[in-house]
Design a protein around this ligand. Structure first.
Ligand code: DC
Length: 199
């Protein structure tokens, strides 16, 4: 079965948790596409060469989750050649046999416009900054400033900007528990599986 769940949205909206839950519940493979851009952003030197030479080991580094690496990822993600170098791998992953969940910024719009399910997971900047601050600590006002800066860059870039696909289901998690958001997402996946039919 070829079946893709595309999950897009801004930083700290809950995409990662929802994606992992969908992969586990439905037995699909999962790719956190932000980790590709983080693995490129954390490297010194030419980001285009880094993107072209990325290896599975690069994605396993344990320093990829910091705010600084998130900003570095967002900066290299505006470079069209970096995006182009990462495109084929993501497309193949999306259409692999057995079903796949990909989360990122452009999955439903660019990587896999034919995805059977598209979710756009969002929350207010204040709520997202508060979640990141609980996770990583630091100065909450500074975290909020960085969330806004990253949103502006990810939404404002020319190549594959962050925006909901026309046919995406919107999930605003600002006033939801993670459990509620996961159930909404699961209902959308179940409806699409019924539409796709057996096999
Ligand atoms: O989801 P994340 O916070 O790990 O993503 C880090 C950055 O990578 C994000 O700010 C923009 C970039 N990114 C992207 O441009 N396209 C994707 N599909 C995923 C991430």
């Amino acid at each position: 079965m070829i079946f893709t769940v595309a999950i897009d949205g801004p930083a700290a909206a809950g995409k990662g948790t929802i994606s992992r839950a969908m992969a586990e519940r439905f037995g699909f493979a999962h790719l956190d596409t932000g980790s590709l851009y983080r693995a490129v952003g954390v490297k010194n030197g030419d980001p285009v060469a880094a993107a072209r030479g990325l290896t599975p080991d690069d994605l396993e580094r344990d320093d990829l989750r910091s705010l600084a690496v998130g900003q570095a990822a967002s900066r290299v993600a505006v470079i069209p050649e970096v995006r182009a170098a990462l495109l084929e791998f993501q497309r193949r992953f999306a259409r692999r046999e057995g079903g796949a969940v990909l989360d990122g910024r452009d999955i439903g719009t660019v990587i896999c416009p034919e995805a059977e399910v598209k979710l756009y997971v969002t929350a207010s900047p204040e709520v997202r900054a508060h979640r990141r601050w609980l996770e990583l600590g630091g100065d909450e006002a500074q975290v909020l400033a960085e969330v806004r800066e990253r949103d502006a860059r990810d939404m404002g870039r020319v190549d594959a900007p962050l925006r909901p696909a026309a046919d995406a289901v919107l999930i605003d998690t600002s006033e939801m528990t993670i459990g509620e958001a996961v159930e909404l997402a699961a209902a959308a996946v179940e409806a699409a599986l019924r539409r796709a039919g057996p096999g």
